[in-house]
Design a protein. Structure first.
Length: 310
């Protein structure tokens, strides 16, 4: 279908809700803050500086800021060691070794969290699942992941695509963690009232989230109460009643419009894992949760990374 013109009478939101944003302030503005990291040994220090500054600006407690800074340092150091440093010859498509740092908020009530993700272009080398003492089971990863496991609320690993520049469609993975955050005001100055979007506006917003990562999908049908965005022949995203909903293999997911960034992240992940399965060449199935693609289950024992929000 043809998009309506951008403007007050449009079905599109008046404030752009997608696309990467360089700068800490965007992590609290309903968008995802994204930074490229230098492809050299200074990458961990750069990540620490950016996360520390961003979380302080977001009003997180000093202890949480300290824990998150430590965790991101360990994750970026691992990514540098195994991708940029090439200890295992781990490289992305065309030999790419991009490193990116992503930061965004999910949830706006007592369960609010800040999610931090470290992207690299290698899918052949991922952290092992956490089962028992990490220092015994994780080999080279053990000490760093043991630290991460001890200081954050949740962590995991999954397939995705890059966010920055021409590399947005570049396949890769993220290792991520989440820390608790204070509740965010329902509407902040200069922040679009995402929870008041119409179904059509929400569909355009999630469509833009996917298109920014090279996943082009048309809205099949919409009115002001319901809109449909097909992600895959087996997965359709329904926009209505203030939430994005979808189901895969009988497992439903529902996220409010206020979690637009997180919804986009989960749909990109699902798209990539479905593509891997379709190619009949999945990565090592190391996860304990039986998730497709093998990388979905990495994290704490019995923990399913990034719960559906239902």
């Amino acid at each position: 279908m043809t998009r309506p013109p951008f403007g007050p009478s449009s079905d599109r939101p008046l404030v752009p809700l997608s696309g990467p944003s360089l700068g800490a302030a965007h992590a609290s503005s309903g968008r995802c803050a994204v930074w490229p990291l230098p492809p050299d040994p200074s990458c961990a220090a750069a990540a620490r500086t950016r996360v520390r500054r961003a979380l302080r600006e977001m009003g997180l407690a000093d202890e949480v800021v300290s824990d998150a800074t430590l965790a991101v340092s360990e994750l970026v150091s691992n990514a540098y060691l195994h991708v940029i440093g090439g200890r295992h010859g781990a490289r992305g498509p065309g030999g790419r070794t991009d490193l990116e740092l992503w930061l965004y908020r999910r949830g706006r009530a007592e369960s609010s969290q800040v999610v931090c993700k470290v992207f690299d272009t290698c899918r052949d080398h991922a952290p092992p699942p956490s089962r028992g003492p990490l220092t015994e089971n994780a080999g080279e990863h053990g000490r760093g992941l043991g630290i991460v496991d001890a200081v954050v609320a949740e962590w995991g690993c999954h397939l995705t695509r890059s966010r920055l520049g021409e590399g947005r469609a570049v396949p890769g993975k993220v290792v991520w963690f989440a820390v608790p955050a204070p509740p965010e005001p329902r509407v902040s100055p200069g922040v679009p009232a995402v929870d008041r979007l119409t179904a059509a506006q929400a569909a355009y917003a999630i469509q833009d989230q996917l298109a920014a990562r090279g996943i082009l999908r048309a809205i099949r049908w919409h009115d002001h109460h319901l809109a449909l965005v097909p992600l895959h022949p087996r997965v359709t995203v329904y926009c209505g009643d203030g939430a994005f909903t979808w189901s895969h293999d009988g497992v439903p997911a529902r996220l409010p419009y206020t979690d637009l960034i997180d919804a986009g992240e989960r749909l990109v992940r699902l798209h990539e894992e479905l593509a891997v399965d379709a190619a009949d060449a999945p990565p090592r199935r190391a996860g304990a949760d039986g998730g497709i693609g093998g990388l979905m289950g990495l994290g704490r024992p019995g923990h399913t990374p990034e719960p559906s929000g239902t």
